[in-house]
Write a protein that binds this ligand. Sequence first.
Ligand code: PBG
Length: 316
Amino acid sequence: MSSFPVTRLRRLRQTSVLRDFVRETSLSVDDLLMPLFVAPQQLRNARLPGLARHTVESVVTECEELVRLGVKGVLLFGVPEEKDDEGSGAWIDDGIVQSALRALSARFPELLLVTDVCLCEYTTHGHCGVIVHGEVDNDATIELLARTAVSHVEAGADVIAPSDMMDGRVAAIREQLPTTPLIAYSVKYASAFYGPFREVADSAPAFGDRRGYQMDPGNVREALRECEQDVLEGADMLMVKPALPYLDVLRAVRDRFELPLAAYNVSGEYAMVKAAAAAGDLDEQAAAIESLTAIRRAGADVIFTYWAKEFASWLC
Ligand code: PBG
């Protein structure tokens, strides 16, 4: 039984002012963080401008621009000059991320510096932890992750974000850093959508895959268990990654947990829209805004997205 014609939902869609008044989900540059890659050499990417490599020097210029555009935070990844089996480039005092942090924290006290804590960019084999007897060894890895997180904070990181998916890594880091805000990549799936990232970060696994530590795409109850663990271990924020193929997971986490929630709109999600736009199949700006709005609607408070800079420039 419809209440039409008493009810006509189109009444509130008649003008853009009305539509703005009744919009349930907001999207602003304040909700977005920009991932940045720091490497020994610069590498631009004409197709995917958000997936460029910056040097320590050029990342300063990039952040100047981001701050001018109103972007409030960045997520730093490092591509080291040399890799080894343990990934020691992740925690050495003069590592690439540590050097970038020193340059940026001195220069931009108002810019939130978040660091990704993981070993995959630093290990010769490209796995997110150390290999013992052919397997990624959980308990040996979490000690190295904690060491990495401490070195980031000593160099000027404001927030740390472990992305490795080892069990107990939040507790291991929390023990060393009782007062540092921590965003846990709690729910990170073994996803095909990380392809462009692995190119720019040079972090594809040399053998096997990440299914022994990242989550199976079919699971959502397990996602809630991952979150529960991270809450108990001292995480301040939770994250779901990727975002668009996992909006139901974001919603489930939002409904169950009180912590602020982040989503990672990953490289493959960005690349798909860029490719379709380049082929003339859709309008990039509209598709990006729709995607980011959907991620917020599903429950994300903040979004890590390669569109952060472009989005901010669209508003200017
Ligand atoms: C590192 C890490 C990855 C991403 C963020 N942190 C890649 C991976 O797990 O292989 C992917 C981000 C993206 O695709 O944009 N562990």
